[in-house]
Design a protein around this ligand. Structure first.
Ligand SMILES: [Zn+2]
Length: 335
């Protein structure tokens, strides 16, 4: 990775490259909303600061410092991120792991870098940091992150060079989506990029939700078609669909169970008010109303799905297990 691997923020990349080439020490603070890329830029900046031969594009990627960085084994970076319980970072943690470390020289790298997410620093912890931020030794760089500048003490802000992430353009968001959600349909990507306020993290979230919705719809369409499908259709198209979504096999199976559940409800009580697949109500009602569908057969279908889930757990042949489930549901509900 280098600066050019990160999308957008041209001005910031130039500023970071200048800071690296001048071997600046001190405190930088990346500000911007959640999902704006603060962490990615901070990591890339840190790598460049620690690199033996950095250039305009940041870290060289080849020197021992870069190798250690990429392997996650460099002792010269301290990351203070969100604690596992999501509450604030304890002041004792700052006093024990940051303050004394900041006076030690780096072991391998050109700089010693601290990346600290200020979103999880209370007032007391920020105060504990102040002294280190005030007189950092020449080899130390603090990179602070904040999604909410108002929560950072003025005394901290005044000691930092602020780097504010700008909203990304539509094209930049689309290119980030291509990399992070490669299976995202074009239409979903367009919707996500138009509704994310220029924040990549938000676009990715929308695109992933869209993916789930698309998958849910496809599973519903498959199940509704299954009773009347030909063997060729089942063993080629439907089995292929299962294979394409192998990574989401458990989700697909759970969705099928929810659909069977809807058919059960609609069979037992036509017009049942609250079903899982409201969008498919008409089609599900039609199928449930058919005399060939009854509670016993639906029970067998649910068992077939549960057998399938068990087969996945013990790593049975995936294709064989998918076909067995699809054929069983077909046999139960066919004319
Ligand atoms: Zn390097």
């Amino acid at each position: 990775m280098a600066f050019s691997d990160l999308t957008g923020q041209k001005n910031i990349k130039m500023r970071l490259a200048a800071a690296v080439s001048e071997r600046q020490s001190g405190t930088f603070m990346f500000t911007g909303p959640l999902g704006s890329g603060r962490h990615s830029f901070a990591e890339e900046f840190a790598k460049a600061l620690m690199c033996e031969n950095p250039g305009q594009d940041g870290a060289c990627g080849k020197c021992p410092c870069c190798t250690y960085f990429d392997a996650g084994t460099t002792p010269d970076i301290v990351r203070v991120y969100q604690p596992s319980d999501s509450k604030n970072i304890k002041v004792s943690y700052i006093k024990e792991n940051v303050v004394p470390e900041a006076v030690l020289r780096p072991q391998f790298s050109k700089s010693k870098v601290f990346i600290i997410d200020c979103d999880y620093l209370g007032t007391e912890s920020q105060n504990a940091l102040l002294k280190s931020l005030e007189e950092p030794p020449a080899h130390v760089v603090f990179i602070l992150l904040s999604s909410n500048r108002d929560m950072v003490l003025d005394t901290v802000i005044s000691r930092a060079t602020e780097i504010k992430l700008e909203p990304y353009t539509r094209e930049e968001i689309l290119s980030i989506l291509k990399r992070n959600v490669p299976d995202c349909p074009e239409q979903t990507a367009q919707i996500a990029s138009a509704n994310c306020a220029g924040i990549p993290g938000k676009a990715i979230e929308i695109a992933k939700q869209g993916e789930d919705i698309d998958l849910k719809r496809m599973v519903a369409e498959m199940l509704i078609e299954l009773p009347d499908a030909t063997y060729t259709r089942i063993l080629y198209d439907h089995a292929e669909f299962m294979g394409e979504h192998k990574a989401d096999a458990v989700t697909v199976a759970s969705d099928i169970l929810l659909l069977i559940d809807d058919l059960m409800r609609l069979k037992g009580m036509p017009g049942y008010k609250k079903i899982n697949y409201e969008d498919f109500r008409t089609k599900l009602e039609k199928l449930a109303a058919s005399p060939r569908v009854d509670a016993v057969k639906l029970g067998h279908c649910a068992t077939a799905v549960k057998d399938y889930l068990r087969a996945l757990e013990v790593n049975s042949n995936f294709d064989a297990a998918s076909c067995a489930m699809l054929l069983k549901i077909h046999e139960e509900l066919k004319k």
